[in-house]
Design a protein around this ligand. Structure first.
Ligand SMILES: Nc1ncnc2c1ncn2[C@@H]1O[C@H](COP(=O)(O)OP(=O)(O)OP(=O)(O)O)[C@@H](O)[C@H]1O
Ligand SMILES: O=P(O)(O)OC[C@H]1O[C@H](OP(=O)(O)OP(=O)(O)O)[C@H](O)[C@@H]1O
Ligand SMILES: [Mg+2]
Length: 285
């Protein structure tokens, strides 16, 4: 049978979450240390462990069929590969930052300034769109150190918690783009590989939906069931089962992680008691 080749980052920010996602999809991989290519034991997929920056070109050239990368990398490489799925992890932003004591206060102040970055195309396009001429100093890592050692007037780099900026006496000036991990593919997959990719996508969707949802159980006085039901954003309608104690029921439903605490507060106010919240492993709708 045909095998789908997927590239993931060998080491770095995306490696662990990408492997976890495949594992949560029920795909077993026995990857020994330094093994760069591994066939999954129970799914027709072969995993290639590559440098993040090399991955888009491998996908474009069809050396691999699909890959997990940060969306920012696709933008930097100006590639229009099909985005199969947004994966939700590795959320970050690409931002312009300047020294806390910098005299740069407006976008015009960047005129003819030197900017250190690992993402030269994105930076050039951003300042070009503002009609501002800048000089790029390209470095592949530890970008935040550049202003303090006199290499540049400002930087553009990935920001997540903001800790690295803070520790290097920098302040965020402006966000250029937001990014998260995505699954991309080559444009022309044969039908057998497309079928495998669809199967993988189906599994990923159920894993991601489950990660974002919680199963909730609570005890409710029977005269409050209708009110409680209006608070629960249910898949169909909540499951209601009678308790041994007369006049009470157990109500079960699924709620979205984002709205979690608001809904819990509303449920308590509406008379729900003994609320239990449990994780969901997979969610197939
Ligand atoms: N601090 C962060 N928080 C969240 N996501 C991040 C962070 N830093 C980077 N990323 C995301 O992870 C991707 C990989 O970043 P990482 O720094 O691990 O690799 P790299 O140094 O760019 O590449 P290589 O694998 O070629 O060494 C980035 O393109 C970005 O999308
Ligand atoms: O806002 P924060 O949470 O501090 O994250 C931002 C830092 O994370 C990334 O570097 P990484 O740690 O991946 O190191 P690298 O330079 O080796 O890629 C990025 O290049 C920033 O330096
Ligand atoms: Mg990095």
């Amino acid at each position: 049978m045909n095998t789908l080749k997927i590239a993931i980052q060998k080491s770095g920010r995306l490696n662990e979450d990408s492997l976890k996602l495949l594992k949560d999809c029920g795909i077993s991989i026995d990857n020994g240390i330094d093994q760069l290519r591994v066939q999954a034991r129970n799914f027709p997929i072969e995993i290639f462990f590559l440098r993040n920056s090399d991955i888009p070109q491998y996908v474009k050239d069809g050396v691999v069929d699909c890959a997990i990368i940060g969306e920012n990398l696709l933008i930097e490489n100006e590639m229009t590969l099909p985005i199969v799925q947004k994966l939700g992890f590795s959320k970050c932003r690409l931002s312009v930052a300047v020294s806390k004591s910098s005299e740069i206060n407006s976008i015009q102040d960047f005129q003819n300034k030197k900017i250190a970055t690992s993402y030269p195309n994105t930076v050039l396009n951003f300042f070009k769109s503002k009609n501002i001429n800048i000089e790029i100093h390209e470095i592949s890592g530890s970008v935040e150190i550049a202003p303090s050692i006199g290499l540049s007037d400002a930087i553009v780099d990935i920001v997540s918690s903001g800790n690295t900026l803070f520790k290097n006496n920098l302040k965020e000036f402006q966000t250029i783009l937001k990014s998260a991990a995505i699954l991309v593919s080559t444009p022309n997959l044969d039908s057998e590989k497309s079928t495998i990719l669809k199967k993988l996508q189906f599994r990923i969707e159920s894993v991601l939906k489950a990660r974002n949802s919680k199963y909730i159980l609570m005890n409710v006085p029977n005269d409050k069931i209708d009110l409680i039901s209006t608070i629960l954003p249910v898949l169909k309608s909540p499951t209601v089962m009678p308790l041994a104690e007369k006049g009470w029921s157990s109500v079960h439903s699924v709620i979205n992680e984002d709205k979690f605490w608001d809904i819990i507060d509303e449920l308590k106010q509406a008379g729900a008691e003994g609320i239990l919240v449990v994780p969901i492993e997979k969610m197939i709708l």
